[in-house]
Design a binder for this molecule. Structure first.
Ligand code: ZN
Length: 130
């Protein structure tokens, strides 16, 4: 990737990270208030539990996303030559995919392959062949 492309990816990652941190906090706080306020006089435990489950799964998804973004930023800083290459087949990840998902570590065929392969994906890790 060129220096300009790398800088664009870096900016996109930073922007995503900021959005994720800010949006996540607001959303979860609002959701929690709604649940407590609208169900005060009812048996609220199932709804509150559901709200907690939703909030925690969103938190988890957000945390995973943040990890991916941080991982991508670290790769970008430490090994920018390899950035943008698929972790599985080492082919360049298409720029359009990186524009949408700057934290992507695999090209589409490899991503689909590892998601659809279930347990067998463990056997296909690059590190297994080293
Ligand atoms: Zn690939």
């Amino acid at each position: 990737m060129t220096a300009d492309e790398l800088r664009a990816v870096h900016d996109a990652l930073q922007r995503l990270r900021t959005e994720l941190v800010e949006a996540g906090d607001h959303e979860i706080a609002a959701e929690w208030d709604d649940n407590v306020a609208s169900n005060r006089d009812q048996d609220q435990s199932p709804l509150v539990e559901m709200g907690q489950t939703i909030a925690s799964s969103r938190n988890r998804a957000r945390a995973e996303q943040l990890l991916r973004i941080d991982f991508a930023l670290r790769r970008l800083a430490e090994d920018s030559e390899a950035f943008g290459l698929c972790a599985s087949c080492s082919e360049p990840i298409p720029p359009r995919r990186l524009a949408l998902m700057p934290f992507a570590t695999q090209c589409v065929p490899c991503q689909n392959g590892s998601e659809g392969a279930g347990k067998s994906k463990h056997r296909r890790k690059v590190t297994d062949y080293i």
